[in-house]
Write a protein that binds this ligand. Structure first.
Ligand code: SF4
Length: 434
């Protein structure tokens, strides 16, 4: 089989992995040596319409796999064309694509070729050729295969910028039923190892020549919609992973049915793209805005609201917190106001040192007053002519434009009846009047 035939098979097989953004790494070639660089934000990302990243050469080392994960097209029992790159082939392909400006870096994953150790050795051999023979200093994200020995994981981590071990499914029970060859332990042990190596590497960073282990940190991905877990259990799990393993990112991947199985949603089920989007928004609230999972959802309300983003939803359901006075509120409190983001909260804190801020000033600072007006005061006064009750706020936040936008972007990902509900009924249902 020629290399382009292999590329066709192995890039198609890799497209369901969403965990392939880059960030926060500054690797560049010493003067006059080598090619490529992976500076912070130096990698261009582009996303396809369904939100998947396409900027890196995203490919599998092999799609031959001895495991049998029910949701995966590469599972051993699936009748699909198989291919495996040799380390040399993969390195040459990457370097040629890089030189032609097709890609900025490499995202390398693999099916389990014989055993996790064997697979990782193939990946290490490819990256060695790229780094040592071709002097490639560009960005590389490599998957750690659960079950790989620590020595090999260490070698892999020293060659790449980011590592990830996919958590795959949001609970141990789903993992047992859909990915019987994997276990919670086989995923969490390498995650812990990578975390330990990352802190060791940070401590050694004071020594100029100390080798750097996966300087862009580690991430993971979980599939959403293949198993019955609620959004609450998913964000609780993510919160635990961020706290315990210091992950840079958890990626959520809407399940795309490609396999007929009684334990999975049927083939005509649409990928839950709106749900995936809401999970990313909730994740952002936890990582950047300081929310706890229990503030966003709870056992009684375990699913994210399809009509309102999680921050608006939290604000509407916590009227006792508002209104807050922008001239007095702490930065952390400002961040909780819909329509105030990190940049505008910082500007408010800095500008109010010079004098009291008015609504006109807030607009100039980038606050989205259309949303924020319901939740803020300026020196004790509310926005002119504002009428406040929960359904009026909802009526404004659920603008027709927003509903139409959801409709055009996400209709494929949710039940269409959601969008056929008149707005008044949506408000009634959100305010508990139905
Ligand atoms: S280990 Fe599971 S998810 Fe990964 S390639 Fe093999 S069958 Fe697919």
């Amino acid at each position: 089989m020629d290399i382009f035939e292999k590329l066709k098979i192995l890039s198609a097989a890799a497209k369901y992995d969403a965990a392939c953004t880059s960030s926060g790494v500054n690797r560049k070639a010493p003067k006059g040596e080598g090619i490529g660089k992976a500076e912070s934000c130096g990698i261009c990302h582009s996303f396809t319409a369904d939100g998947r990243c396409i900027s890196l050469l995203k490919v599998l080392m092999s799609n031959s796999c001895v495991y049998n994960c029910a949701y995966c097209t590469n599972r051993i029992t699936n009748d699909t064309p198989r291919a495996t790159f040799t380390p040399k082939e993969l390195a040459e392909l990457t370097i040629n694509f890089y030189k032609r400006n097709y890609i900025e870096g490499l995202f390398l994953s693999s099916g389990v070729v014989g055993s996790p150790n064997n697979t990782t050795e193939l990946m290490i051999a490819s990256l060695r050729i790229l780094r040592e023979e071709y002097k490639f200093y560009g960005y590389i994200h490599a998957k750690a295969i659960p079950g790989t020995d620590k020595e090999l994981l260490n070698e892999l981590g020293l060659l790449c910028d980011r590592m990830s071990v996919n958590i795959e499914l949001p609970s141990a029970a789903s993992l047992t039923s859909l990915a019987p060859d994997k276990s919670k332990e086989s995923i969490l042990v390498p995650m812990q190892f990578i975390k330990d190596k990352l802190s060791e590497s940070r401590q050694l960073a004071v020594y100029k020549k100390a080798p750097s282990f996966a300087p862009a940190g580690q991430s993971t991905q979980m599939i959403v919609g293949a198993s019955p877990e609620t959004d609450y259990s998913i964000i609780k799990l993510s919160e635990g992973l961020y706290n315990k393993y210091q992950l840079k990112r958890v990626f959520y991947s809407a399940y795309v049915p490609i396999v007929e199985s009684s334990s999975l949603p049927s083939l005509d089920t649409k990928p839950p793209l709106l749900r995936e989007n809401r999970l990313y928004q909730a994740d952002w609230l936890m990582r950047v805005y300081g929310f706890k999972s229990g503030e966003i959802l709870d056992e009684k309300n375990p699913m994210l609201n399809p009509y309102l983003d999680p921050k608006c939803n939290w604000a509407v359901n916590n009227p006792q917190v508002f209104p807050i006075d922008v001239n007095k509120a702490d930065y952390e409190v400002l961040l909780r106001v819909p329509g105030i983001g990190i940049m505008s909260a910082r500007k408010i804190v800095s500008a109010r040192r010079l004098g009291k801020l008015s609504f006109v000033d807030l607009k100039k600072l980038g606050v989205v007053l259309k949303r924020a007006q319901y939740f803020i005061l300026c020196s004790g006064k509310s926005f002119e002519g504002l009428r406040i009750n929960q359904s009026q706020i909802l009526n404004s936040l659920l603008s027709r434009a927003a509903l139409e936008r959801f409709q055009s972007h996400y209709k494929s990902g949710v039940q269409s009846s959601m969008f056929e509900t008149p707005k008044e009924e949506v408000i009634k249902s959100l305010t508990g009047q139905l």
